[in-house]
Design a protein. Structure first.
Length: 112
């Protein structure tokens, strides 16, 4: 059991998802075509599911499962990786955007 295992149900139930307007505004501001690849560090319950082409990384298995449920409910086919951002494999590929939400305090930047 990881550091935040007991919080996964709480995050899934209480973290408000981003609405369609958020994704539309970000897409407009960044000039997104819909084909970009996002890397979402600390994906938690999968709140960025509106960006359908993302890889979510979280070290907590329960958060990965929560993100999987979010993706299934939305019909998105996400790639989810259980592990630490600092230890991602070199063959993970390239990304147009890397993002992190409220998980920066869990990261070890000197290892990235």
């Amino acid at each position: 059991m990881g550091r935040v295992a007991s919080t996964a149900p709480f995050y899934e139930e209480t973290r408000e998802p981003y609405g369609a307007i958020f994704f539309e505004k970000v897409a407009r501001l960044l000039g997104l075509s819909g084909h970009e690849r996002f890397l979402y560090l600390g994906t938690g319950p999968g709140l960025l599911v509106g960006f359908a082409h993302y890889v979510g990384v979280d070290s907590e298995p329960d958060m990965i499962e929560a993100a999987r449920r979010t993706a299934e409910r939305s019909g998105a086919a996400l790639r989810l990786i259980e592990g630490r951002a600092e230890a991602l494999p070199p063959d993970i590929g390239t990304f147009d955007f890397v993002t992190i939400g409220r998980a920066l305090h869990w990261m070890e930047p000197e290892k990235m």
